[in-house]
Design a protein around this ligand. Structure first.
Ligand SMILES: [Zn+2]
Length: 494
């Protein structure tokens, strides 16, 4: 029997502001969409935190036995430097400054994004579609919105008519804003503005002659508005209505609000059943900003090459640190907090090794089944990873007591304890102990190669050149190159 049948998951729905029982549209299946990065610069640590939260959520849903289709897009066009539909396309701007093709910018930062996520042991999404790969679908949705009377064309651009939409539907329900208040609080339109109302947003923008990222459309050459791609791709891969939509808190308004409006205006359906938003990350108690220097790149965490860090950290230790906070709470990133977290992470990993050598008894002093359920209870309560981690440390305490002979465990309980620990530590939290093993392997490898270097030296001294050449050549075939120098022989591993 699938685990989800015996566990009752609750999800905090940003749309209702309540924790709700999670009931998927189709039993056993989940459609989940998460807004991906705009690939015009290295991925921001705050975004890594958001994606990590959804990676943990994806992992738990899979662990429960659901068949999950997880769609996370890549924004490679349409995201402008100014939220008010003005300014330049972020990718085109970067391409202009660096004098390279926009698709080179996209490639470079998509690769960076994947490298960072791989280092943190993310599972890849089921589908990772791009905005530029779905221009036709976006144009079709615009046509539908125009036909339904909720958009208008102006000089080759198309705008969503928020005022008309709000008469038949409710604009602002996700962010809790009222259109009347929004109108009262915004400046009047300039004469040159094409929009009928400042709250209207672009579905399609006309491309000026200098604009290189452009596609033909019924309204002339142009490019899609940023909000539209997510509606097009979520509808295409998950249907007009699907289970979970996630993203960073900062996307709630206007991006997600506009997605809802587009779906309702085009298809007449409320697209998402459960909206989930991950909270932001601060650095040393303050908002991260490159301009003030209060900023850190994800890759710098591994190397320690940052004024904010005293050393580098293993990716899994950093991942453990992030998941020690609830995804809906603000997480403050600091060197001290990371160091404290690293200690906890190492203790957790060490206990998993002790687990393998525990001796068993006729009875257990720990109620393993109840403890196991408390781990599920934590995750069933809106993916409360800090509570789960606290439960895992309850087990760590017991493991040490059993090791010291101050507590006992039966063979069956030890089996269940081991399976549960492994399930949650590796499958659900996505932690890896590879860092510790890699270091141990390095030491062993170094020792072995040094030994061969010594044997080769002895062979040469005995004029046994056949043996010395054989050692050199066979090491080279394994990707280990020996270099003879004045100081002796060194080696490199390719
Ligand atoms: Zn989106």
């Amino acid at each position: 029997m699938a685990l989800y049948k015996e566990q009752s998951l609750k999800i905090y729905n940003s749309l209702t502001g309540k924790k709700e029982d999670f009931i998927p549209l189709l039993e056993g299946h989940i459609g989940m969409y998460v807004c991906g990065p705009t690939v015009y610069s290295n991925v921001h640590l705050g975004n890594v935190r958001t994606f990590m939260s959804f990676d943990m959520i994806f992992r738990y849903l899979k662990h429960l036995g659901y068949k999950v289709r997880y769609v996370r897009n890549i924004t490679d066009a349409g995201h402008l430097t100014d939220d008010g539909d003005q300014g330049e396309d972020k990718i085109a701007k970067k391409a202009r400054l660096e004098k390279i093709e926009p698709m080179e910018v996209v490639q470079q930062y998509t690769v960076d994004f994947h490298n960072i996520l791989n280092a943190f042991n993310f599972l890849p999404p089921s589908i990772e579609p791009t905005a530029t790969g779905h221009i036709i679908e976006q144009i079709e949705i615009i046509k539908k919105i125009i036909d339904n009377g909720y958009a208008y064309e102006k000089n080759g651009s198309v705008y969503f008519d928020v005022v008309t939409f709000n008469k038949d539907h409710e604009y602002g329900k996700l962010s809790g804003r009222k259109l009347e208040d929004m109108i009262a609080n915004t400046r009047a339109l300039n004469a040159q503005d094409e929009k009928e109302n400042p709250q209207d947003f672009a579905l399609w923008k006309k491309a000026g002659p200098e604009h290189i990222m452009r596609w033909p459309s019924p309204w002339g050459d142009g490019f899609p508005g940023w909000h539209l791609e997510c509606t097009a791709m979520s509808t295409k891969y998950l249907g007009e209505q699907f289970d979970i939509h996630g993203g960073g808190m900062d996307l709630k308004f206007p991006h997600h609000e506009c997605e809802i409006a587009q779906n309702e205006a085009a298809m007449g359906t409320v697209p998402v059943r459960y909206w989930m938003h991950a909270n932001m990350l601060t650095l040393n108690g303050q908002k991260m900003a490159k301009s003030t220097g209060n900023s850190i790149n994800p890759g710098e965490i591994f190397t320690g090459d940052s004024p904010h860090l005293t050393k580098g950290f293993a990716p899994s230790a950093a991942r453990f640190f992030v998941l020690q906070a609830n995804y809906r709470s603000i997480l403050d990133f600091s060197n001290d907090a990371l160091i404290a977290s690293e200690k906890g992470f190492n203790r957790l990993m060490e206990s998993l090794k002790i687990l393998k050598s525990l001796s068993t008894d006729a009875s257990s002093s720990m109620d393993v089944a109840a403890w196991r359920q408390s781990c599920y209870d934590a995750m069933n309560d809106d993916f409360n990873s800090p509570i789960l981690i606290a439960q895992l440390f309850e087990a760590v305490k017991q493991i040490h007591l059993i090791k010291d002979g101050k507590a006992t465990i039966t063979a069956d309980d030890l089996k269940l304890l081991t399976k549960t620990m492994n399930d949650f530590v590796f499958d659900v939290l996505g932690l890896e102990d590879g860092d510790a093993f890699a270091k141990a392997d390095d030491t062993k490898l170094n020792g072995a190669v040094e030994l061969l270097i010594k044997l080769r030296k002895e062979a040469r001294e005995n004029k046994d050149f056949a043996t010395s050449d054989k050692i050199r050549d066979e090491l080279l075939a394994l990707g280990i190159q020996l270099k003879d120098g004045r100081e002796g022989t060194t080696f490199t591993v390719n």
